[in-house]
Design a protein around this ligand. Structure first.
Ligand code: GRF
Length: 211
């Protein structure tokens, strides 16, 4: 059984999708938020999952917060740390500690549009497709070996809100599948890349309409 600790900052809909997926061989050991009032914490607590609210504003430096965060995470002995809408820049010491065992989801087709406002930037650039990416976390923001991606069309009349919601639907499908693959031992990093897009993953991608 793999222990998973999920980090959130807000509503936690990706966290909910992972919990609801009831992934074989995986146990959600805890949900931790850097905002004690994060809506997702209450949702997890109501399901009997251990929760921790650790207010980053109470810490003098990014390093001090990350050190305490790591201690809170490690108390649950995780095999995998899952960043699910965790809106913090992480220190190099923190990313090194969880190298190869920390995943993030980003709402763009990386390496395009790391950082914020991904949907508006995709619309402004006239992109015809957008999507989301699950990747292993490295010291560089929104980089790291890509595990899985899902693609959606960008429509002429899209706004940031309509595109975000189309991408979010795919996030909720993609992230549990990526965690399932980690728990099943299917994610091997070789030369900085994840190999083995299996038939199942390719089949899922082919269902996505691409213009
Ligand atoms: C998601 O779009 C995620 O990709 C981004 O922030 C959003 C978090 O949503 N980093 P939620 O908290 O999982 O509902």
């Amino acid at each position: 059984m793999k222990n998973i600790v999920i980090l959130i900052s807000g509503r936690g809909s990706n966290m909910q999708a992972i919990v609801d997926a009831d992934i074989p061989g995986a146990r959600i050991a805890a949900v931790i938020a850097n905002r004690p009032d994060a809506a997702g914490l209450a949702w997890a607590a109501a399901r009997g999952i251990a929760t921790v609210g650790l207010d980053h504003k109470q810490f003098a430096s990014r390093e001090a917060f990350d050190e305490r965060l790591a201690a809170e995470i490690d108390a649950f002995q995780p095999d995998l740390v899952v960043l699910a809408g965790f809106m913090r820049i992480l220190t190099p010491a923190f990313t090194a500690r969880y190298e190869g065992r920390m995943l993030n989801i980003h709402p763009s087709l990386l390496p395009s549009f790391p950082g914020l406002h991904t949907h508006q930037r995709a619309i402004d650039m006239g992109c015809k497709v957008a999507g989301c990416t699950v990747h292993f976390v490295t010291a560089e923001l929104d980089h790291g070996p890509i595990v899985a991606q899902a693609v959606v069309p960008v429509l002429d009349d899209d706004t940031e809100t309509t595109l975000a919601s189309r991408v979010l639907q795919q996030e909720h499908r993609l992230y549990p599948e990526a965690v399932r693959r980690f728990a099943a031992g299917e994610l091997q990093i070789r030369n900085g890349r994840i190999g083995g897009v299996d038939a199942a993953a390719a089949g899922l991608a082919l269902q996505v309409p691409v213009l």
